[in-house]
Design a binder for this molecule. Sequence first.
Ligand code: SF4
Ligand code: SF4
Length: 291
Amino acid sequence: MRISDSTLTEDVRVRILKAGAADCGTVRTSALGNLPALPPVVICAAFSYYVREDADGSTGKDTEGNRRIPRIARYARGRDYHLELIERLTPAAVYLTEHGYTARILVDASPVPEVKAAVLAGIAVRGINGLAITREYGSRVFLGCIATDAPLTCTEHNFERCIGCGACVRACPTGALTREGVDVTRCLSQISQKSGALTEWEARALIETGTLWGCDRCQDVCPMNRDIRETTIPAFRERLIHTLTADDLRGLTRRTLSEKYPDRAFTWKGPAPLLRNAELLENDGGRPCPC
Ligand code: SF4
Ligand code: SF4
């Protein structure tokens, strides 16, 4: 007996929520832009990675409470989200293929504009900082999608934006973020991952903000991230790495870095940018934190 479209839609949703997603929704691929190579429906799911700063053991200061510790951004402290989300979306994808449909899991490196998909699927609004902001978990979520030719029910949602308070724009330490968007060449997240030598301005920006890898500032100040729930996903709660020293990194190759820190998103560019950043911050003498 052929399963009805609404049952199929609900069965997929149940499998994704059971896999730990905060929420999921479906959107027609045609609503996302010109994506002819993709099947006609995109399922978008949000998975929280948020752990309170005191709960995850990170205060941002040393034990004397007065020195800035080089920070790894929250998203990169736990297991690599690409690996985790692919595993968590697999049961729903397998369910679809067992019913004769194609199902392609897409996480991050994909043609799908994920934030737009999340907004049109009704699970988030778009922040001025360009991130998807969910109701219960704010913007501290990873997005993962499944593109499928299954006849899933798509509910049309309006493209909604955040409350527009501008706190993220004011808090951005480099001026990368404006109401018009993000200038990635000035964004600390991009700069910290850049290969090769940094300009003097880029190096100062990392030093003055204690940035080792990634940046959370525009999310830290967002009122839509206040009082959000913590993740229940063990991979994003346990064995978190908040910082690394130059000694942790010296002498490592791309292979030995991945062996020492397996399944971590911060290893994808190899040891060079991390070591460069760690040495920059350490050579600055651990100046007292002004914040
Ligand atoms: S991640 Fe940091 S540097 Fe980049 S836009 Fe947000 S606050 Fe600015
Ligand atoms: S800080 Fe304000 S303007 Fe920025 S994303 Fe959050 S709600 Fe939107």
